[in-house]
Design a protein around this ligand. Sequence first.
Ligand code: CS2
Ligand code: MG
Length: 402
Amino acid sequence: MRITEARVIVCSPGRNFVTLKIVTDEGLYGVGDATLNGREMAVAAYLQEHVVPLLIGRGSDRIEHTWQYLFKGSYWGAGPVTMSAIAAVDMALWDLKGKRLGVPVHQLLGGRSRDKVLVYGHANGRDNAETIAAAERYRDLGYRAIRLQAGVPGLEHAYGVGRGDLFYEPAETGSPPEHVWSTETYLDHVPRLFAEAREALGWDVHLLHDAHHRLTPTEAGWLGHRLEDYRLFWLEDPVNDLLQDGFRHLRRHTRTPIAVGEVFNSVFQLHQLVTEQLVDYLRTTVLRTGGITPLMKIAHLAEPYQVRLGSHGATDLSPITMAAALQVDLAVHNFGIQEYMRHSDATAEVFSSSYAFDDGYLVPGAEPGLGADIDEAAAARFPYERAYLPVARSVDGTVTSW
Ligand code: CS2
Ligand code: MG
């Protein structure tokens, strides 16, 4: 069970991914995702220069111990680069343990609490009509939960709109795309989107929306209150995720369920939100928070407060993260929903996975480990190309959250 080799694989099949492959003296290997959208090479370098040398010779069975060794050994604490790197090691070690014991990882996390995992897809369009038509396509595909993100009249760009039908890919090669944003116009528009959506789609489908960190607590409270009539499954990232008091203010003004956490790297960023029940769903992922090991601890913290997991699952988290997320989603008691942005055909040339979409749910395969893999030869056909997430600014040029 000694680690003999660890390879960092950077590739770009449709978008950039960073993958870690850990090989042991038994001839087994485990895989982990280390992708950080727009900063991929920072994590690749962190792994290659500072983590891989520490792994060689270590026992691959000591998952918690290795996690603590890499985390406390870094001294500087939780950040997106460190935690994405540690996450890749953690995922790969769980993958190895499952393979060695001949069981899917959820069997090592307490077994199945459910047989299938409710997912949501992303309907988007340049205007309400296009967005609702996309939502109808999702419903026809069998989705029971659909996120709506529409263009905003008068604005050329809006978060969540464009570059894909069954997925949304915001990163672009070259310089960071610049988007002009107007919160006033957006706030005026969103309630109309959901009024029209409920009219067209009815009430037997869950509808979700992502405000993407852009609102003040007062703006978010106003929007959440206005959306109560349309009974959203959740309003996501309404305010800056780290503004804990902002969520208190928001909670006083709306009963729309709140989801937060896709950018969180540590339990300490969400502890107060959970224990004061300021949110309803946690978007935290195995990739951002350092792996399966910490995400299980987060789920257990949240359970008595009736806060549920609703993990991030965008295209910039590889199929390895999706497979690892499904292992957690199957096992924890307090599961809510899993984001499922399908990956491109090019990504599927490099990454294989055994989970399958069926009637609005993802059903994982039964093979040992995580249930995902990378084809290194195929990966070599898609070389890395620097890409950036958009930068948003107000009409007057002030930089704002994208
Ligand atoms: C979004 C993501 O899926 C979501 O909820 O917040 O699309 C996010 O913008 C990207 O993952 C950023 O890389
Ligand atoms: Mg989001």
